[in-house]
Ligand binder design. Structure first.
Ligand code: UGA
Length: 349
């Protein structure tokens, strides 16, 4: 099987490539702006990488959609800070550029696995979000945070409509706060635009206070990347066509925790880490209002727990990695990545 991954150097793309090359005889064709996260697979003869931009290198993409069996268009802006700082950029990349890819999948009769998002449920009040039953509840237009959710939702609906018309073999996946090595980067966290786990790890490493937005009582269901990739592998494999035309929440309801609890768990792991001796300060946790952290056009999601019945029933999938292990593996990987050098500088500075 030939798998096309656009955004191959991203968090999901890089882990997925490693897994495919480790466990199957499939070939991966990947495009991205850079290659810093895919060092482990670059030399593999079943991995073809090209540096490129989906908004520019359109011919390469069209040629490879024709050539491959399944397409994963993973290119998207997925950090909330960017939703409020650059809402049009989010629409252009997450919706417009991806719509063209979807239409080419229709044109060439290619299977597409599209990354929708847990954010489509937005402020839904259900205890557990259900793919086919829950309402998708967005805030007002002046709360620009919702442009991401709205862009993804509209593309979900377009894909669904092509599928209903019999023109597209698709699966929609909805990752729920996947975490793990290579989630964003400590560099983007320095600018405050990483997702929360990387943001908190960066704060610990660089001796900045951990910021709990509005007190951190909002919760998320954190899911370890390896569990998510297990599900995506089953979906690509698509045994018996069971994933075709389906939407799957891919999250770990057992790992639901408040952001405040998350901060304390990470801080505790950090101060008990063997390398912590390099530090001479105790990290601090502070509270900041959402409007001062993100700006006035941000609005938060208070709870987000997936129902994963559909994935269990049709894919035989369920996540295995508990929250503390998921956090420890993620923390360890970032600490290994910086080799503690930067951290020590931060500690003395
Ligand atoms: C994320 C992103 O939109 C996408 O990555 C994705 O589609 C989806 O959710 C997902 O991963 O399932 P969100 O969970 O709100 O949205 O993003 P984070 O930046 O990880 O924030 C989580 C929570 O932590 C929010 O309530 C935020 O206000 C809070 N937070 C964030 C803090 O308290 N402090 C920080 O420094 C950063």
């Amino acid at each position: 099987m030939k798998v096309l991954i656009l955004g191959v150097n991203g968090f999901i793309g890089s882990h997925l490539s490693e897994r495919i090359l480790r466990d199957t005889d499939w070939e991966v064709y990947g495009m991205d702006l850079g290659k810093d996260k895919i060092g482990a697979v670059l030399g593999n003869e079943r991995f073809r990488y090209v540096e490129g931009d989906i908004a520019i290198n359109k011919e390469w993409i069209e040629y490879h959609i024709k050539k491959c069996d399944v397409v994963l268009p993973l290119v998207a802006i997925a950090t909330p800070k960017t939703y409020v700082e650059n809402p049009l950029g989010v629409f252009e990349l997450d919706f417009e550029e991806n719509l063209r890819i979807i239409r080419q999948c229709v044109k060439y009769h290619k299977r597409v696995i599209f990354p929708s998002t847990s954010e489509v449920y937005a402020m839904c009040g259900d205890e557990r979000f259900d793919e086919y039953g829950s309402k998708l509840v967005l805030g007002p237009i002046n709360k620009e945070r919702w442009i991401y959710s709205c862009s993804k939702q509209l593309l979900d609906r377009v894909i669904w409509a092509y599928g209903q018309r019999g023109d597209l073999d698709f699966t929609l996946i909805r990752p729920f706060n996947w975490i793990g090595p290579r989630l964003d980067s400590l560099e983007t966290a320095k600018e405050g635009s990483s997702r929360v786990v990387t943001q908190f790890i960066a704060s610990l490493v660089y001796n900045e206070p951990i910021v709990l937005v509005d007190g951190g009582l909002q919760s998320r269901s954190f899911t370890y990347i390896d569990d998510g990739i297990d599900a995506v592998m089953k979906i690509i494999d698509n045994a018996g066509g069971r994933a075709t035309g389906q939407i799957f929440n891919l999250g770990n309801p057992e790992n639901n925790c408040t952001i405040k609890d998350l901060a304390h768990r990470l801080l505790d792991m950090f101060v008990h880490h063997s390398a912590y001796a390099a530090y001479n300060r105790h990290p601090e946790i502070i509270v900041q209002s959402a409007s001062s952290f993100y700006g006035e056009s941000y609005q938060d999601i208070q709870t987000r727990v997936p129902s994963i019945e559909n994935a269990r029933k049709l894919l035989g999938w369920k996540p295995k990695v508990g929250l503390d292990d998921a956090l420890r593996f993620t923390l360890d990987s970032f600490l290994r990545e910086i080799g503690w050098r930067d951290a020590r500088i931060g500690a003395q500075g």
